[in-house]
Design a protein around this ligand. Structure first.
Ligand code: PHB
Length: 398
């Protein structure tokens, strides 16, 4: 849904998007964040980041900071073919290529720590076991796996195995190991993925958490695993280099909550007390913004609630263009704005926003899997003027 209209060029300059801001321990030059984006281009076998991935991220180093694609903290935490991990030595070495390349270009990059819970399939799990979840509730929909011919294929989800309470400390340990590995790989911080229907949100939301132990029932219990993840990750990183991502009101991955205002309002308050670098919220008004409409009452109320309960740095992601981003910053609805698809197609997105330049359009057929095409070959403005691109090594996966 990226746009490319000549009228962009005539737009007045934006101001607030380019105001420097401190986030945790970092002084950032502007407010344009690169959102986490699954691209499914890790080398196989082993889900290892490559020099091609390093090139892609380095091209986008002019973001205020980058949040990496979601990265599984364990084999059990993987939910899609070809996504990268942060649990093996090879993966740490692969990510080192990425962080070095981003730092060489003057950027900053946080790793997003991911466990998918039930959004997986035995074909992706160690020893073909069932995926795990708070409760044995099957998601509607399909998992993206690699079939016997090495191709991507969609297969129906299965009913996951409910985690036993004795396993919970080891799940927390997966986040600890991921956090430590992220530091060894040279990242600038980490973001805990508690959004979009994956494991931590499966604990948070009532449709997926039917537990009767201390991880189920009242929101304090449903948020327990998230807070344990925050505690173990901040042990490694301190508070000022850790963020959390939430997606209140999103039904993505077949999830819902009986009382999202209480659930997410309470959790925003709990996270506020943790004094983290930031809270990153998937905009509940994404669809409205994309249609050029105002948020509906429910989304507007949730946005207000997040802003009220969370007093630290708030990043909003989803549906923004340059002008709506500027307007929402002006209205005080957020401190920074994250862009996803626009960053896929425009490695120099901040520069294009600064100039009011036209944007390249993204190609959804190349989002997931493959090599350089639709990944590292989107041109910058300088390249459109004839400058040669820095060559990328396409050491693709097979
Ligand atoms: C996806 O691969 O579609 C995906 C991955 C992680 C998210 C959301 C979507 O948080």
């Amino acid at each position: 849904m990226s746009t490319s209209t000549p009228a962009d060029a005539a737009k007045p300059p934006v101001k607030l998007l380019f105001e420097p801001i401190r986030v945790g321990r970092y002084d950032l030059p502007h407010r344009i964040v690169m959102a986490p984006l699954t691209r499914s281009r890790a080398r196989q076998p082993g889900n290892v980041p490559t020099a091609l991935n390093a090139c892609y991220y380095a091209q986008r180093a002019s973001a205020a900071f980058i949040v990496s694609e979601a990265t599984q903290v364990s084999m059990q935490g993987q939910g899609y073919a070809w996504t990268p991990g942060i649990h093996s030595r090879e993966q740490v070495e692969g990510w080192r290529l990425v962080t070095d390349a981003v730092h060489e270009e003057g950027g900053r990059i946080f790793l997003q720590l991911w466990h998918v819970g039930r959004i997986s399939h035995p074909a992706l799990q160690p020893d073909c076991m069932l995926p795990v979840a708070p409760s044995a509730v099957k998601p509607a929909g399909e998992a993206f796996i690699e079939n016997e011919r090495g191709e991507g294929e969609l297969v129906p989800f299965v009913t996951p195995r409910a985690l036993q309470i004795e396993e919970m400390p080891y799940l927390v340990r997966q986040y600890f190991r991921g956090a430590r590995n992220a530091m060894a790989a040279g990242f600038d911080g980490v973001e805990i993925h508690a959004a979009n229907g994956y494991l931590l949100e499966q604990f948070i939301c009532s449709s997926t958490n039917k537990r009767t132990d201390e991880y189920g029932g009242p929101v304090e219990n449903r948020a327990r695993l998230l807070l344990e993840a925050v505690a173990t990750v901040t042990e490694v990183w301190g508070k000022d280099r850790v963020g959390v991502r939430l997606s209140p009101l999103s039904a993505f991955n077949d999830i819902s909550d009986d009382d999202p205002e209480t659930t997410f309002g309470t959790i925003a308050g709990m996270l506020n007390d943790e004094d983290l670098a930031y809270l990153h919220v998937v905009n509940p008004a994404t669809a409205a913004l994309e249609k050029g409409e105002e948020p509906d009452a429910r989304a507007a109320n949730m946005l207000r609630l997040m802003r009220e309960r969370y007093r630290g740095r708030l990043i909003l992601a989803g549906g923004f263009d340059r002008d709506t981003a500027e307007a929402w910053l002006r209205q005080g609805k957020a401190d920074l704005i994250a862009f996803g698809r626009k960053f896929i197609a425009n490695p120099d997105l901040p520069e294009r926003f600064r100039l009011g330049a036209p944007l390249n359009r993204d190609d959804p057929t190349t989002y997931y899997g493959g090599g350089a095409k639709g990944y590292t070959d989107y041109p910058t403005l300088a390249q459109e003027r004839g400058e040669q691109p820095k060559p990328c090594v396409d050491d693709r996966w097979r």
